[in-house]
Design a protein around this ligand. Structure first.
Ligand code: AMP
Ligand code: MG
Length: 396
């Protein structure tokens, strides 16, 4: 049987998830906003900085008083970084000023303390400063009413800092897609549990849940289930009852026995396919009680890459995030590829900037995947590439 083109499955997953595309938004406190994605442009109600202030510990001066240096000027006061409005500076005098303190009217520059010497109430200035030097103008970082964070930004600490600096306490973010992740396999135990003979830790659940969170979606349920149809159905039902908008499963869709996902969902109309790709041939999509289900094969590399290839781009778009960056790299060595398969080879970036395949292509090599930092994508019709050839690179 000819294998299904990767693009066809891509389109099927996209269509299955198209109902999720109208996302509501919600307002969350900054303390809860890390990793969320802005739903709209956020405007700063205040200018940044909010008032004209000193960039240095030193002396506020009128720049025209310090053109000819050295010069001695009377010290008439001190301004701390503290609440209050300082008195205007009289020409021909200086005032001691701290970093962040308001620059008085009449002053237009700050002479850093290291360029001065104080004796009594006289300040000797060794080096002049032109108008504006070491003065942070009001709104010079951002004017009031300007966009401080645009829509579609996944909020990191620096964004939260800018929002707080704008005096904001909350931010409007997209409502995340609520995802359930279900690992199937009677051989699975929760990571960390002692392993009996024939048992392995469930790594897909952990990896897929993390990958879901990494693109701004929420994991509302994580389940692990044996290859027993009633058990699988019960976990699916629980996920739907918990409000899952999307269910991701791993394992149980191949041609063997005990293919619990396939046995359960195929009679309900699941579309099960073998794709023209490596790793990750077997793939399925289904709808369970009206909720889209995307089913990945069980092998860890297959399931993780399948998420990356088929689901991650859709979740990114739903969260309002820009697509992942795909680049072109230069191969460090020649390679061959199976005809008729899109190959996703694990690779590494070398110190000289080139890329090289890393480890074998088998889909159980979970540690090798962890050691890779790129995927090299070899199209279906390419069977060999020479050293120095261009290759599509996805950063992991
Ligand atoms: P399956 O697709 O169910 O036939 O599983 C294929 C391979 O992936 C088998 O070696 C399974 O033991 C392994 N596998 C399936 N699910 C997981 C999982 N959640 N974590 C780690 N390995 C898994
Ligand atoms: Mg299995």
């Amino acid at each position: 049987m000819p294998r299904t083109p990767v693009a066809e499955h891509e389109a099927r997953v996209r269509a299955l998830l198209s109902d999720l595309s109208t996302r509501a938004s919600e307002v969350v406190a900054l303390a809860d906003a890390l990793g969320r994605v802005t739903a709209s442009d956020v405007v700063s109600p205040i200018p940044l900085p909010p008032f004209r202030n000193s960039q240095m510990d030193g002396f506020a001066v009128l720049s025209s008083d310090v053109v000819a240096v050295p010069v001695d000027l009377p010290l008439v006061g001190e301004i701390a970084a503290a609440p209050g409005m300082p008195a205007p500076l009289m020409a021909g005098t200086v005032v001691r000023i701290m970093t962040g303190a308001p620059v008085p009217e009449g002053a237009d520059a700050v002479v850093p303390v290291e360029d001065t010497h104080v004796s009594g109430s006289t300040v000797s200035i060794a080096r002049g400063r032109v108008s504006g030097e070491y003065v942070r103008e009001i709104g010079s970082d951002l004017p009031a009413g300007a966009v401080v964070i645009p829509a579609g930004v996944r909020l990191a600490s620096r964004h939260l800092g800018a929002l707080a600096a704008s005096g904001l306490t909350s931010v409007e973010v997209t409502s995340p897609v609520r995802v359930a992740v279900i690992s199937t396999g009677s051989e699975l135990v929760e990571a960390g549990e002692p392993l009996g003979p024939g048992q392995i830790p469930d790594s897909n659940g952990v990896a897929l849940a993390a990958a879901v969170r990494a693109v701004g979606a929420f994991v509302i349920a994580e389940g692990r289930v044996t290859d027993v149809a009633e058990r699988f159905r019960a976990v699916l039902d629980a996920a739907v009852d918990a409000g899952a908008e999307l269910v991701l499963t791993s394992g149980g869709i191949s041609e063997g026995e005990y293919e619990v996902v396939r046995e359960t969902l195929e009679p309900l109309g699941a579309h099960v396919d073998v794709l023209a790709m490596q790793p990750g041939g077997p793939q399925a999509t289904a709808s369970y009680r009206g909720v889209p289900v995307v089913c990945f094969p069980g092998n860890p590399v297959s399931s993780q890459l399948s998420f990356l290839i088929f689901v991650e781009p859709v979740l990114r778009a739903l969260a309002g995030l820009a697509p992942a960056v795909r680049t072109t790299g230069v191969l460090d060595r020649a390679l061959t590829s199976q005809p008729g398969r899109r190959q996703f080879l694990r690779g590494v970036r070398l110190p000289d900037g080139r890329v090289a395949p890393h480890g074998g292509s088998s889909s159980h090599l979970v540690a090798t995947l962890a050691a890779a930092d790129v995927l090299l994508v070899i199209p279906e019709d390419v069977t060999s590439l020479d050293a120095g050839a261009a290759v599509e690179v996805w950063d992991l």
